[in-house]
Structures are given as C-alpha cells and as structure tokens.
Design a binder for this molecule. Structure first.
Ligand SMILES: NC(=O)c1ccc[n+]([C@@H]2O[C@H](COP(=O)([O-])OP(=O)(O)OC[C@H]3O[C@@H](n4cnc5c(N)ncnc54)[C@H](O)[C@@H]3O)[C@@H](O)[C@H]2O)c1
Ligand SMILES: O=P(O)(O)OC[C@H](O)CO
Length: 518
C-alpha cells in the first residue's frame, strides 16, 4: 500500500460555521478544496481524531490498512494518533473498502488539509463523538459539576490506561496468522436439520468464506427447492436471504460425502432416529458440532451420551451452546457462544470455524455443565413465561429466575459440572436470553400456559420445537436420581402434565417453607 503524498496545491479551508452542525448537517456545505466535487463534511483537528475513531467501529475492515502503515511509523503508534500524522491515518481510512462519502479533513492549526473518504457509518457516529468531546472538555476543567457527575482526572487516566492495555492484548491475538487455520482448510460442512437454527448456523459459516460449501440436509423437498432456487428458508426463516454458498438436499449420502464437519441441529427427541438413519454415511472421524439443547425422553440422556449411543461408536463431538436466537444469528448480530469438548484441541478448531467479528466463541472442557445448563434453561424459560403470562410482575419474575438458577446449579454440580459454567454463556447468558427474550419459543409456551391455554393447543399451533416441554419430565427423573429437590422445575413438569394449573403452581411455590439461601 502506498502512502499518498499530501496535496500541495490545496487551499486552506473556509471557516466553519459559527454554530457547529452535525456531521450529516454539514454535508455538501462547502466546495472541496481539493477540487474533487462537493465536500461531504468538514472537520477540524480533533474531529479528524474522532472521525478515525468512529471509522474504527468498523475496525475489522480498516484495521489491515492501519496496520500496513505501522512499519513506517513505528510499532508504538496507535491508530488514533495516525490520524494526526500527516494524514497517514486518514489515508488508511481512505483505503477502506466500505468507504461511502467524501470527507475533507483539515488541520486547522497547520492548515494541512487532506482529502479522503470516510464511510457513512463513521459520519453518522461523528456527531456523537463531537458531543462526547464537548462534554469531556467541560468536565476536565473541573472535577465535579453541580448538575451531574464526572470522573476525576486520576480516574479518567486509570480508565484510559486499562483500556489501552486491553487493546494491546487484543492486538496480539488479532495479528496471529490465519494460514492453516480450521477455516482456511475447511471446504465442505454439512448441517443436519434445516430448521431455524441449522439454517442460521449454516449461514453464519457460509459468511465466513465464500468458497466454503455448506449443505443443509432437510426432509421436505419443497423447502429444499425453495432454499436452492430462492436462497431463502421459506418455512423457518422467511424473508432472510441466504448466502449463495449454502444449498440444501434431501439426500443424506450426497450431503455428507466429503464434509469435514457436521453441524447437528435436529431436535433432541428426533436425534436418535435421525443419527441411526445417517450412520452409514458418516465417517467415524468427522466431528459433530451439536447445537441441539435438551434431554432425551426415555433414556434421560444428554446429547453427548445420545450421539455415541445412537451411532453405536465413538464420534468426535463438540457441544456449542449459549444465548443465540436463530433470527439474530441470521441477521449477523453480535452473539456469544461456548464450545464444550473434553478434547481442547477440537474445541479450539470449532472456535476457529465460527469465530468472527459478530460471533465470539468461548471454549470449555465442561461438557456436562454446558449441556445441562442448555437443556434446563428451556424448562426455566417456560416457568418464566408462565409468570409473565399471569402478569405477576417483575419482582416475581426475578425471584423465579434466581430460584431456577439455583436449581440448575444444584443439579448440574451433582452431575459433575463446574460451578463456573453456570455463570457463563451457556448458563446465565442463555437463561437471561430465554427467560426474558421475546423470540424464545419456550418462553412463549409458558406465556400461553400462564394465560390459560391448553398445552395441546399451544403445540398444535406451533411449527417449531420448544425443547423444554419434553425435557421437563426428564429433569424430574434426574433430580430423583441425584437426590436433589427442584421445586420450580418440578412444578413446570406438573403444569405441563396438566396436574396443576399455573395459579396453583404459583400458590404452592410461594408457600414452600422459608429457607436459608443455598
Ligand atoms: N432456534 C434457535 O434460536 C435455537 C438456538 C440455539 C439452539 N437451538 C436448538 O437447536 C435445535 C433445533 O432447533 P430449531 O430451532 O432449528 O428447530 P426448528 O423447529 O426450527 O427446526 C427443526 C428442524 O429439524 C428437522 N427435524 C425434525 N425431526 C427430524 C427428523 N426426525 N429427522 C430429520 N430432521 C428432523 C425439522 O424438519 C426442522 O428442519 C433444538 O434443540 C434447539 O433447542 C435453537
Ligand atoms: O427459542 P428457544 O426458547 O428454543 O431458545 C432458543 C435458544 O436456545 C436460545 O439460546
């Protein structure tokens, strides 16, 4: 990448208006001093800095360009100061492939205007940065302002230093080479189940690399045709365009042939039959990345037990769990999950496949903890829905969720899970999402029960799986096996089994003996 020399013939910028306007408000206000058409925005020295910071919100795309200038300017130069270094930082922004509008950046002290390009998102953010700067200027002159709150200078320095340390640490990871990474060597991945989550996770993988072949194995030939012709899952995720490197098939042998990984997104209660059906096509060395959350009725097994049992052999498997609504994954919104596997190397491989600027993937060896949390949070979400459907208020909901968290911790620890897993993404993270999030199917079942609807009507009117319904009964069995009392989760099973109304369940739970917190 070349460092463009500063233009020598440019004229100093005319004075900005006396009343500062927003970045968008300034667009097109002045002729460009570089003679290249209308300016979209005019900025002073500090705005240059904040404009670059704003553009760094798109760090992944601008960062390589900024890094490319580092050898010239020295490793200690941070991107923010690059903006003030003869326009070099600005040049990095100008090289951004996401550039959207022209921007004139001028240094009002030295009158060294430079023309560059900044993306629209950065321009939009600029107003906010200006406001923050104006506020900081006010508070830095005094440690305390009468109408509000301000950090002291010492506190602010401490915060900045801590943040800078974090950024340096982060950079060490980001500069690691991608060569030979799991994503680089991956060519084909099969997804078992073309429902909401199989589709969303398949699309997340396909977005990682345009020449990665992602194949959804589906049952319905009509849905298969829609996916292949319209690039849309018209049944489960209507209205979302799928990447062109995702396709579907109904043929298991063809879907699995040559796949290096298999993402398993078939509902738990159908998983045994499904796996038995595809067993002969799946090589014992292909890792299964299981995203299904629940416990099998009958056997009481977790997916980590069900998979080898159904395949009648050992199969490498990773359990990917955490707060992750399919629709939001499909929208490429920020999401965090955890990859659980006894084999840390395989967990890291799965992390490498899915991790992206919009997906964080933690790792753990605590498979039992991740699986139990993922299965039981669905039951707790039904309870949370019941409380919301009955309109019992926020106090009741918070008390219920806290009690449910304790119950999940009691059981999972007895089953050998690590206590830390409960406070992680698959525990608290997913509990919060599912108990409070509008998109949860389990919570929706609870809301409808709380409003007095019958379970059979709720299930009949829903085309998607709410795993908590089946799992609830299994949890009671596990509680008995591990000799632990789970009042809320047991009450959910009683309501689902039509032995108790939602009102009765609440009455009885509220009247249990008052106990010491455990
Ligand atoms: N939807 C989410 O937001 C989400 C998020 C995380 C995890 N999960 C988990 O992923 C799993 C799948 O959920 P989903 O939301 O995709 O469900 P879904 O109801 O949207 O789709 C289920 C899919 O499985 C297929 N299927 C069902 N029985 C089958 C069988 N016997 N053989 C083959 N295919 C079969 C269906 O045809 C459908 O394509 C569940 O365990 C769920 O808890 C879902
Ligand atoms: O819609 P639900 O209730 O099945 O929850 C989906 C996911 O498990 C959320 O992480």
């Amino acid at each position: 990448m070349l460092i463009r020399p500063l233009p020598s013939a440019v004229q100093p910028n005319p004075s900005p208006p006396s009343q500062p306007q927003g970045a968008l408000g300034n667009r097109g206000a002045w002729p460009s001093p570089s003679g290249r058409g209308q300016c979209k925005c005019r900025l002073n020295r500090s705005d240059c800095k904040y404009a670059l910071q704003a553009s760094r919100a798109l760090a992944v795309r601008t960062e390589p360009a900024v890094q490319a200038f580092k050898p010239t300017l020295g490793a200690d130069v941070v991107p923010t100061s690059l903006a003030l270094s003869n326009g070099v930082g600005l040049e990095a922004v100008a090289q951004s492939p996401v550039a959207g509008g022209e921007l004139v950046l001028s240094d009002t002290d030295d009158v060294v205007p430079e023309s560059g390009v900044l993306c629209d998102e950065a321009l939009r953010n600029l107003d906010e940065y200006r406001r923050v700067e104006a506020y900081s200027a006010t508070v830095s002159s005094s440690a305390h302002i009468s109408s509000g709150f301000a950090y002291s200078t010492a506190q602010r320095n401490q915060i900045r230093e801590s943040w800078d340390a974090l950024m340096r640490w982060s950079k060490v990871f980001r500069t690691r080479k991608l060569a030979g990474s799991p994503l680089e060597v991956a060519k084909k991945i099969v997804v078992f189940g073309g429902g909401s989550f199989g589709t969303a996770m398949g699309c997340a993988l396909a977005r990682q690399k345009s020449d990665l072949e992602v194949v959804l194995l589906v049952r319905d030939p009509y849905l298969c045709k829609d996916i292949n012709t319209l690039h849309e899952n018209t049944r489960y995720l209507k209205g979302f365009q799928m990447p062109p490197n995702v396709r579907a098939t109904t043929l298991a042998a063809e879907a699995i042939a040559g796949a290096q990984y298999a993402v398993h997104a078939v509902p738990v209660q159908s998983s045994r039959a499904f796996l038995q059906g595809i067993k002969e096509y799946l090589s014992p060395s292909v890792p299964i990345i299981c995203v299904s959350k629940g416990l099998e009725v009958g056997s009481g097994q977790m997916m980590s037990e069900l998979i080898p049992s159904a395949l009648e052999r050992k199969q490498p498997a990773v359990f990917l769990s955490g707060p992750s609504f399919a629709r939001e994954v499909m929208q490429n919104r920020p999401t965090g999950v955890v990859a659980a596997c006894k084999d840390g190397k395989l967990a890291k491989t799965v992390q490498g496949l899915f991790a992206s600027p919009t997906m964080r993937v933690n790792m753990t060896t605590d498979v039992v903890g991740v699986e139990i949390c993922g299965a039981l949070k669905n039951v707790l979400a039904i309870a949370a829905g019941i409380v919301q459907g009955m309109d019992l208020g926020n106090n009741a909901l918070a008390a219920l969720v806290a009690q449910g968290c304790s119950e999940i911790r009691w059981l999972s620890e007895k089953m050998g899970a690590k206590p830390t897993t409960m406070s992680g993404l698959s525990g608290l993270g997913d509990i919060m999402l599912t108990c409070y999030g509008d998109l949860s199917r389990n919570r929706s079942v609870g809301i409808r029960l709380g409003r007095g609807e019958k379970l059979e009507d709720i299930i009949a009117s829903s085309s998607q799986v709410a795993e908590g319904v089946a799992t609830a009964a299994v949890v009671v069995g596990l509680a008995r096996k591990y000799r632990v009392s789970l009042p809320v989760l047991t009450a959910v099973a009683q309501v689902l089994d039509n032995n108790l109304t939602a009102h009765e369940a609440v009455f009885h739970i509220m009247n249990l003996p008052q106990i010491e917190e455990a």
